[in-house]
Design a binder for this molecule. Structure first.
Ligand code: HEC
Length: 459
């Protein structure tokens, strides 16, 4: 993670929005998919188990169909399950650019954990045909897959929950401290219930929309599948609003706003709508799969929007800072490009990369920094004295400064300006109170060079 943070540039405002969009898309395809994989593995395990205790061909057929419909496709597992895992850490590192003491360092743990989980799920799928001879092995593979995926996603959920609570980041000393968090536990409980309910709805969809023909041929089996899936989905849909509200109520105040309350109410209302729909399915056996599926996707979309909004609320200051830093970085780069173009125009031969921005090209960058970094609050550029002296025409002037209590005459040069910014109270311009605070944490080296060029240009 440290390596990553050193090598990614700070994101600008527009880029942040792009990342947000990317995160919603990833959450929208990835979370439902993982939910369906875990849910159908668990469900087929239970069906196989029941069929072994009390042999029933409907149970074993349903287990087989479920495994076949959800787990068979290797490409889907790679594209929807594994690939997004590599996008998420990148998005979070970009968002939390420059923050080191934060819980995001645990996000990369999710990648190996989930990959091992998917590996076990594949073993489970591959051993399905020979389950009668190697029942223990088959079940163990399924169980290991579920456990690995659950642990990995709990880490992800707990990390994201902590990101909604920047004031408590310092308490996150190790992984276990981070995991002990009610907010994360409620959110995870919501996701687990949602994933099982979603599996029921996805089964309705896969059997009655994708494989409609097959189902029409066998009305008894078809009725069994629709009743079973709808019943399962219904039981778990009822619990969703409860856990979602517990999650919202344990979210720290800094992360909440009215929009989030409204969206949370919408999540609960849509869950109740799905429950209504499922009750109707149980009554008449008509599967209404497409509508239920659409409503479920809406729940995933709204709840990931809530997450992103909560994170943005809780970290507004940080995001503002990052965008500012990016603005400076881009301005510096532009200035450097301009300087290079100018050198080219003037026929100078320079090896590529040796010219960095310097001289006049930095003036506009410096001007921007003067406004952005708060110098403007204490210094004018038109000769008026504010809290500090005006910066107009100071360069090259002979002035009196007090060093170690003794006054002395100096000529303002670049070295003096640099020192005035980093360590302003070494040489004090007499007659000012309060003194200037050091700007060392506020501007970095390249920014100081730009500020100096700007001050030199003020005549
Ligand atoms: C809180 C008010 C305050 C802020 C903010 C501030 N300064 Fe100052 N600055 C002063 C005061 C007061 C002095 C004179 C006393 C001293 O030297 O400490 C001063 C002195 C200076 C001097 C020496 C000027 C001279 O005439 O010799 C420079 C150069 C300077 N500041 C640059 C900056 C820059 C660049 C920034 C922004 C990064 C900045 N200051 C931000 C208050 C401030």
């Amino acid at each position: 993670m440290d390596f990553l943070s050193q090598h990614v540039i700070p994101p600008t405002g527009h880029y942040m929005m792009l990342l947000e969009f990317l995160a919603v898309v990833v959450y929208l395809v990835h979370l439902p998919y993982v939910g369906a994989v875990v849910g159908s593995t668990a469900l087929s395990m239970w069906l196989s188990f029941r069929d072994r205790e009390i042999p029933d061909s409907r149970y074993s057929r349903f287990a087989g169909d479920l495994v076949d419909a959800v787990l068979r496709n290797k490409a889907a597992m790679f594209v929807l399950g594994v690939c997004p895992l590599f996008v998420l850490p990148f998005v979070y590192v970009e968002w939390f650019h420059g923050v080191d003491a934060s819980p995001i360092r645990y996000i990369p743990l999710v990648i190996p954990g989930a990959i091992v989980g998917f590996g076990f799920i594949r073993l489970y799928y591959d051993s399905y045909v020979e389950r009668r001879h190697r029942f223990g092995y088959h079940m163990l593979a399924g169980l290991a897959g579920i456990v690995f995926l659950k642990i990995s996603y709990f880490i992800l959920v707990a990390t994201v929950a902590r990101l909604h609570d920047p004031e408590k980041w310092f308490r996150v000393k190790d992984l276990f401290v981070m995991l002990l968090n009610w907010n994360a536990i409620w959110k995870f409980a919501f996701l687990v219930h949602a994933s099982i309910a979603f599996t029921g709805v996805a089964a309705l969809y896969l059997f009655f929309v994708v494989r409609r023909r097959e189902m029409q041929r066998d009305p008894t089996y078809s009725l069994f599948v629709s009743r079973f899936s709808a019943g399962l989905a219904l039981a778990f849909t009822f619990a969703m609003p409860v856990y979602y509200l517990l999650f919202i109520f344990t979210t720290p105040d800094v992360a909440l706003d009215n929009v989030i309350y409204v969206l949370a109410a919408v999540v609960c209302a849509v869950a109740m709508l799905i429950a209504q729909l499922l009750i109707a399915v149980l009554r008449d056996g008509r599967p209404r799969a497409l509508l239920a599926m659409t409503l479920f996707v809406a729940i995933f979309a709204i709840s990931s929007t809530v997450d992103l909004r909560a994170m943005a609320n809780a970290n507004a200051e940080h995001f503002h800072l990052v965008a500012n830093k990016a603005a400076t970085a881009y301005a510096l780069r532009e200035a450097s490009l301009e300087a290079r173009m100018k050198a080219k125009r003037e026929g100078l031969t320079a090896r590529a990369g040796t010219i960095t921005a310097s001289g006049g090209a930095l003036v506009p960058v410096g001007e921007r920094l003067y406004k952005m970094k708060g110098c403007m609050a204490c210094h004018s550029i038109d000769g008026t004295r504010f809290i500090g002296p005006s910066l107009k025409g100071v360069f090259g002037q002979r002035i009196t400064v007090v060093t170690d209590g003794k006054p002395r005459q100096i000529t303002v040069d670049e070295a003096y300006l640099r020192k005035s910014i980093l360590d302003p109270n070494a040489d004090i311009v007499s007659g000012f109170k309060p003194l200037m605070p050091s700007q060392a944490g506020i501007v970095d080296d390249s920014e100081i060079s730009a500020l100096i060029e700007y001050i030199k240009s003020l005549r």
